[in-house]
Design a binder for this molecule. Structure first.
Ligand code: NAD
Length: 281
């Protein structure tokens, strides 16, 4: 399968997924509602390509080829593609609204995937005509680097579509793992405690977030919880905390943290805004 791919959302994940697709030979359109976010996505992609060039992972000719395969648009009528991968904000209503519009500008043969981290894929598929062509395709951050992709079928996803998305994940050089449509799937369900316990500990005022990060990294974790939350985006991580908490029936152990909410309200979102728990000049 070498269909044109449309990636919706030019943020942290969308830009990475689009670059991954173009790098693996797919003509790729990135769509975002906000032209300024589209521009930020372009800058992010240019930076990542510069890094790949510096590390000799690609040469100048390959960079030019990748860029030729990438298009950017904030006009939804241009979003016709064989495969749509949605990576916009973690809000069910925004995603459902987008799918309805995308279905209008695509044929019933186009396949749809959502990169949601925590929302019910079955519920997201409910408003789309022909839900048998819909499934979850959950990439990890950074999408160009992390090998895992969680694939989430709904009761309506057809076998053929499930096989096609698995093939696509393999074509993108990923390791696909089929997960049940449960809150947070596997990784975000298990990792919730990593973030929430660290936040609760920091909120006691007895240990700083820098110390927690240093200790967890010394204990063998690749990134401490606060550095990881800054990479993910504190708004996205907070939205996932809220969604998993609600979907699990509000167990106290999964109650979202006040600190996470405060960071989101203050626009201290982490790497993407230049300030989170740390500064990113
Ligand atoms: N950040 C992560 O580490 C991570 C990892 C895996 C999955 N995800 C999931 O990927 C999705 C995107 O997360 P992100 O962190 O990239 O978010 P982000 O905030 O970095 O980017 C979201 C983008 O969506 C755009 N957008 C918002 N509403 C839109 C609409 N109606 N139509 C088109 N574009 C719209 C915004 O302009 C922005 O560019 C979420 O579902 C999230 O849960 C995130």
């Amino acid at each position: 399968m070498k269909d044109r791919i449309c990636v919706c959302g030019a943020g942290t994940m969308g830009a990475g997924i689009a670059l991954l697709c173009a790098k693996n030979g797919f003509d790729t359109l990135i769509y975002d509602l906000h032209p300024d976010w589209l521009e930020k996505g372009k800058v992010r992609i240019d930076k990542e390509l510069a890094l790949l060039l510096e590390r000799k992972k690609i040469n100048i000719a390959e960079r030019a080829e990748i860029l030729k395969r990438l298009q950017f648009s904030s006009d939804i009528s241009e979003c016709g593609a064989g495969v749509i991968i949605e990576a916009i904000v973690e809000e069910a209503a925004a995603k459902k609204g987008l799918f309805i519009r995308l279905a209008e500008v695509n044929t019933k043969e186009s396949l749809f995937a959502t990169n949601t981290s925590s929302l019910s894929v079955t519920s997201l598929s409910e408003t789309i005509p022909h839900p048998e062509r819909f499934m979850g395709m959950h990439f990890f951050n950074p999408a160009t680097v992390m090998p895992l992709v969680e694939l989430i079928r709904t009761p309506k996803t057809s076998e053929e579509v499930s096989i096609k998305f698995r093939q696509l994940a393999l074509q993108l050089g990923k390791k696909p793992v089929l997960c049940r449509d449960l809150p947070g799937f596997i990784v975000n369900r298990v990792a919730r405690s990593y973030y929430l316990e660290a936040l609760r500990l920091a909120e006691t005022g007895t240990v700083s977030f820098e110390t927690i990060d240093q200790i967890m990294e010394s204990a063998g974790f690749r990134l401490g919880p606060f550095r990881l939350m800054d990479l993910i985006g504190n708004d996205t991580n907070y939205a996932v905390s809220c969604s998993v908490y609600e979907a699990m029936g509000r167990p106290p152990r999964l109650e979202p943290s006040g600190l996470q909410k405060e960071m989101t309200l203050n626009n201290e979102l982490g790497k993407k805004t230049g300030k989170g728990y740390y500064l990113y000049p």
